[in-house]
Design a protein around this ligand. Structure first.
Ligand SMILES: Cc1cc2nc3c(=O)[nH]c(=O)nc-3n(C[C@H](O)[C@H](O)[C@H](O)COP(=O)(O)OP(=O)(O)OC[C@H]3O[C@@H](n4cnc5c(N)ncnc54)[C@H](O)[C@@H]3O)c2cc1C
Length: 367
């Protein structure tokens, strides 16, 4: 595999699809630049996979998901034609936006072989604050207050009380007694900008919070946040997590009703996620040896998807439809849009050669 090529003065990088996400991030940083998408598991995932799933992470709030960074793609279309979509131009409105159709297509429209990325100069400074609150209601209100105040954090993550209980032991500091919800808010920019945003946040949130603290080691804080998956899984040996989205103004309601759904199925639940975008890792804890718990988790998942749709959200904000959520798009989209989805698949891949069965809009596509 060829090494990625970087053009620091032009803020560009070209990489073959198999280059790891971490390598792309690191190479950008080493050249004073920045690649914003930061999905978990960056050591394992590849830039081609990031484009194929239009992956995002905590910093998508300010910097967008992977697609926002792609200026061009090299793709193999079925049955084997190599095409280039886009290029280095940062503005290009010629033709239908086929490149964007390919982004997030999860390998069902073509195989991405190389990616051209438009990078940005790295922010000079980042400051992260932990905001501990009493309740979910206060936490959700605080997130709305941040956005309403016109502060644009680079990340606005939430941790509910149950999750906080699991991860408190690994927090690089001390979780205050009585904290029932927490926010991890990061601001960045020039050093002066970051400081000014920090002051504005403290002024805004200190009244409602039990504590607002600035952990000295931002990297340690993010390592803690990245470790949630493993810690929560270990509680009962297995968890089932969905990555639904609620509009941020319905986040509180979505979290409350998710808890009711889980309780109704006698499952222990917790939630954390990218609060600024309403993207929730809604999680139930199960014992994999108990068939009835796995069935209950599946039933709870169905109710959760219906809830997300009814509140105006989405069945997925990150992980896509893939195999597990195949067929569910039809509940979220209008019927003509579902038909269009199927027509697009047929236009690219009439013989259904690419990732057959994945990302289906409905269980049995109309012929
Ligand atoms: C621990 C963990 C944390 C995660 N955190 C996040 C997160 O924060 N945000 C997020 O968005 N996702 C997250 N994910 C989901 C997933 O890892 C990412 O979406 C990632 O971008 C997928 O890239 P990959 O290279 O691992 O692709 P794979 O998992 O190998 O493939 C994903 C899909 O894309 C297709 N695909 C892969 N490469 C190509 C290609 N070159 N051309 C066409 N199709 C292709 C595959 O066929 C498959 O359908 C996480 C996953 C794990 C296991």
């Amino acid at each position: 595999m060829a090494l990625p090529s970087i053009y620091p003065a032009l803020w560009r990088m070209q990489a073959e699809a198999g280059v790891s996400t971490r390598h792309v991030q690191r190479l950008a940083r080493e050249n004073g630049l920045f690649f914003g998408p930061d999905p978990g598991a960056a050591e394992q995932s590849q830039i081609g996979g990031n484009v194929a799933t239009n992956a995002g992470g905590p910093h998508a709030l300010k910097y967008g998901v992977t697609g926002a960074w792609v200026t061009g793609l090299e793709v193999v279309l079925a049955p084997g034609e190599l095409v280039r979509l886009g290029g280095w131009a940062r503005k290009d409105v010629a033709g239908y936006d086929v490149k964007s159709l390919m982004i997030g297509s999860e390998g069902t429209l073509g195989v991405i072989t190389a990616v051209q990325l438009g990078l940005r100069p790295a922010p000079e400074a980042a400051i992260a604050l932990m905001v501990f609150l009493d309740t979910r209601a206060e936490g959700c209100a605080a997130m709305l207050d941040v956005l309403a105040a016109g502060i644009q954090p680079s990340a606005l993550e939430f941790v509910d009380g149950e999750t906080l209980g699991f991860v408190a032991g690994s927090y690089p500091g001390t979780v205050p007694a009585g904290a029932g919800f927490a926010l991890l808010v990061e601001v960045d920019g020039t050093a002066a900008d970051a400081r000014a945003q920090r002051e504005a946040l403290v002024e805004l949130l200190a009244g409602a919070a039990i504590a607002v603290e600035e952990p000295p080691d931002v990297a340690a804080l993010w390592r803690w946040r990245d470790g949630f998956n493993g810690v929560v899984t270990a509680v009962r040996g297995r968890k089932v997590s969905e990555d639904v989205v609620f509009p941020i103004e319905r986040l509180r309601e979505g979290l409350e009703r998710f808890e009711e759904i889980a309780t109704g199925h006698r499952l222990r639940s917790c939630a954390w996620g990218h609060g600024g975008e309403g993207n929730v890792h809604a999680t139930v804890l199960v014992d994999a040896a108990r068939e009835e718990e796995l069935d209950a988790a599946e039933a709870a998942g169905e109710e959760l998807f219906a809830l997300a749709i009814s509140l105006g959200g989405s069945i997925t904000g990150e992980h896509g439809v893939g195999w597990l959520k195949r067929g569910r798009l039809q509940a979220q989209w209008d019927a003509p849009a579902v038909t269009l989805h199927e027509q697009i698949k047929r236009a690219f891949d009439p013989k259904g050669l690419l990732n057959p069965g994945k990302k289906l809009a409905r269980q049995r596509p109309a012929r």
